[in-house]
Design a protein around this ligand. Structure first.
Ligand SMILES: [Fe+2]
Length: 405
């Protein structure tokens, strides 16, 4: 792998010690696996290293294409202090542009700006400060009273565009010009699993944003390990997909992780006997009967989080904002023909209610864990075999941050 420059920059001795502990923790076999050191969830220097060496170098999903319907549809969001505008151009392509005006540096849609919501439709991008106006590709169209300036050439002024790629319907961005293409990076995930859901044609039908007072890895670990079904989700997910039946797919590679969440034995028997899917939305059409027997969670490292069922997919957009904070968007996607079903509205209402219920359970435990990792009483406790995904995430971190193979 290419080693980021920051790995060779002078850094505090404490950070070196922490990286050595991370490396040792991640190198253990599953039978000796332990939780990460507390500082991996709290230390500002470690978080800065993660940003430099990992988060800003990787591909991160920002929107699903169905969130940007039609020319001029946009979404404004911040990624690691970069103000971004994801916008669909006249050619139908989605681009990730900077919101920084090339005049005096104004963020053209600052968060909370009353005149412009963070999502909607735009005919063009106009800076409210001095009315410089850009087209949907970021090219400057007009700037009032600039004809006298000898150093202003309208055609040369363009908003910065960040590298983006659409993968299975999700618009990914990277701040790293040298990153391997997403299609290549996540080819294994697509071929082994995602292709049959055909999420590029899916519709995002529900979303909700959450401010989270915990480190991003607390959420990723929680999302991927099914051990907590028996505790945190004992009345919601556990009856449907009991923790003891869940297992980590050995076929995941250095770029992704996949975990099987089989339905309970009674439902599986019934499905196999009747051949009828579990009642719900119209299922994704390319799935085989065997795909109806289990749900899945997937992670395309580091932050592409998907929770799929035969009739729905939950995509979580997670953006780290500090050592102990992140912003999360929880969403629900369904098959393109699902909204045409007569009972769709009822299923949507129920799915929203269920999604909020189990997510509130996750929010409670993630917030609780962050309180614990800040305590002097924290211990790197032993992991269950059902927490293999956590060990796999640790190994990814070690590969990225400790320059190990
Ligand atoms: Fe959970």
């Amino acid at each position: 792998m290419n080693e980021p420059a920051s790995l060779h920059a002078p850094r505090p001795a404490a950070l070196d010690t922490l990286l050595a502990t991370l490396r040792a923790t991640a190198g253990a076999p599953l039978s000796e696996a332990r939780a990460l050191p507390a500082a991996c969830y709290t230390d500002p220097d470690f978080h800065t290293l993660e940003r430099d060496a990992l988060l800003e170098r990787e591909w991160l999903p920002l929107v699903h294409v169905s969130q940007l319907p039609g020319v001029g549809a946009y979404l404004s969001l911040d990624l690691f202090d970069e103000p971004l505008l994801v916008v669909r151009g006249k050619d139908g392509q989605v681009r990730v542009l900077s919101r920084v005006c090339q005049h005096r540096g104004m963020d053209m849609l600052p968060p909370g700006y009353a005149e412009m919501p963070c999502a909607g439709h735009l005919p063009a991008i106009r800076c409210p400060y001095h009315l410089w106006t850009y087209d949907l590709n970021g090219q400057l169209l007009a700037a009032p009273e600039m004809q006298h300036s000898a150093c202003h050439a309208r055609d040369d002024v363009k908003l910065r565009e960040f590298r983006s790629e659409v993968f299975e319907g999700f618009v990914f961005v990277t701040l790293n010009p040298a990153a391997r293409p997403v299609a290549e990076r996540l080819a294994g995930l697509r071929q082994a699993h995602l292709a049959k859901w055909d999420l590029g044609t899916a519709k995002l039908v529900w979303e909700r944003e959450w401010d989270c007072a915990f480190n991003w890895k607390v959420l990723v670990e929680n999302f991927m390990e099914p051990y907590h079904h028996m505790g945190a989700h004992r009345q919601t997910l556990q009856p449907l997909m009991p923790a003891l039946g869940c297992w980590t797919d050995p076929a995941g590679d250095d770029d992704y992780l996949a975990v099987h969440l089989p339905l309970n034995a009674q439902l599986r028997d019934e499905l196999q006997r009747t051949g009828k899917p579990v009642p719900g939305f119209t299922p994704f059409s390319n799935l085989a009967p065997v795909d109806h027997l289990e749900w899945w969670v997937f992670l395309g490292y580091p932050l592409f989080l998907l929770f799929t069922a035969p009739d729905r997919a939950f995509w979580y957009r997670l953006i780290p904002t500090g050592p102990d904070s992140c912003r999360l968007l929880t969403t629900l996607l369904v098959a393109p023909d699902a909204p045409d079903a007569p009972d769709y509205a009822g299923w949507l209402a129920q799915a929203e209610q269920e999604a909020i219920a189990f997510h509130l359970e996750d929010m409670a435990v993630c917030t609780g864990v962050q309180r614990g990792v800040k305590s002097r009483a924290y211990a790197q406790g032993a992991l269950s075999r059902l927490e293999e995904p956590i060990l796999r995430v640790q190994r990814y971190l070690a590969r990225q941050l400790c320059a190990v193979d």
